[in-house]
Design a protein around this ligand. Structure first.
Ligand code: HMG
Ligand code: MG
Length: 302
């Protein structure tokens, strides 16, 4: 399998990135971030989630954020929907894609969405059916595909099992997530191979948190398998409130730098992306968690 010549990134910063922030981020700031990401050339943005505000207060302004975005025709705006209640609320915001999110680990499924893997599939099934009937694309996120904060190592068979269940209920695309960023290239490769038993190469993506600094290496191994879709987060924001100790997703800026350096097209303007990351980092009063962004910002000072 040859390395792809073009890669699509889904920036999950507004959702995965901000969901973990303790301080409330005003809807206007989230909207501005989405605008900056689309201006930088992102064609897929994970905007928010329609989950319980008691579980994730930061996402309580989901409808306001979706309503405030000046949409670009070429951009797909996605939202997370864990159940029919979330889907019905999301529908009013007219998302282009919804994301159901399950886990390869039983313990994480319980902690994150308060049900077993089997129960989660039962909850997702009517959501998937309703979304597809409404012409909305359905993506599935598969958490803890290499390691779980509660169960430790996760075998590829667990990933294959979950991917098969997702396929069985009509989920069109699945993301292989290393939720706590413990994966290394061969482990991630095995999780991806387990997924590819059920899904076509064009219908899978990588979603790597960078807790142990392995996410770029994990991205590279997937590129070598021909995988051409990845979730990344501007300024390396992110984490899951139910995965203690896990840091953000791999920074979009770092992945774009890697891809452009390899001659792989993304359609993204790295300078504008760095500006978007600086914007949200300034608001959060911290530096962007991206080596490439830091280098580019330092270079601008000279
Ligand atoms: P539950 O308590 O089992 O739900 O939570 P329930 O059906 O028993 O309902 C209990 C209450 O929640 C009721 O309200 C419902 O109305 C409300 P009450 O009567 O007590 O006032 N409720 C909702 N409210 C708003 N939106 C909804 C909704 N559903 C029920 N959709 C539930 C189940 C799934 C809702 C809960 O566990 C939850 O919200 N979990 C969200 C967890 C989350 O957002 N985690 C982060 C995203 S996943 C992630 O980050 C991983 C990913 O990045 C990939 C990776 O890195 O691994 C995607
Ligand atoms: Mg995540």
């Amino acid at each position: 399998m040859s390395i792809p010549t073009r890669v699509k990134l889904v920036d999950v910063g507004p959702r995965d990135g901000l969901q973990n922030e303790k301080q409330p981020v005003p809807a206007a700031v989230k909207i501005e971030l989405v605008h900056r990401l689309q201006d930088a050339g992102l064609t897929e943005i994970e905007v928010t989630s329609f989950v319980s505000p008691k579980w994730v207060p930061q996402m309580a302004d989901n409808a306001a954020v979706m309503a405030g975005i000046a949409r670009n025709a070429g951009v797909r705006y996605s939202v997370l929907t864990p159940n029919l209640q979330g889907f019905e609320a999301a529908l009013k915001s007219k998302p282009d894609e919804i994301v159901v999110f399950g886990a390869a680990s039983e313990a994480f499924s319980q902690k994150n969405i308060n049900c077993s893997i089997a129960e989660s599939i039962e909850r997702f099934a009517p959501v998937v059916q309703a979304a597809r009937a409404a012409g909305i694309h359905v993506r599935g996120a598969m958490s803890c595909t290499v390691g779980c904060p509660y169960e430790g190592v996760i075998a590829p068979e667990r990933v294959s099992y979950l991917a098969g269940l997702m396929k069985g209920i009509g989920v069109q695309h699945v993301g292989v997530a290393d939720t706590i960023g413990v994966g290394t290239p061969l482990k991630v490769q095995r999780a991806m191979e387990a997924t590819l038993k059920h899904y076509d190469l064009n219908d899978v993506s990588g979603h790597f948190h960078d807790t142990y600094g392995q996410a770029l290496a994990n991205t590279l191994v997937c590129l070598q398998m021909g995988v051409w879709q990845f979730d990344t987060s501007v300024a390396g924001l992110g984490g899951c409130p139910y995965a203690k100790g896990a840091t953000g997703n791999v920074a979009s800026e770092d992945v774009v730098y890697l891809l452009h350096g390899m001659g792989i097209e993304t359609g993204i303007d790295l300078d504008k992306l760095v500006d978007a990351g600086k914007f949200i980092s300034d608001f959060l009063e911290r530096k962007p968690n991206s080596r490439a962004a830091t280098a580019i910002l330092n270079k601008r000072l000279n």
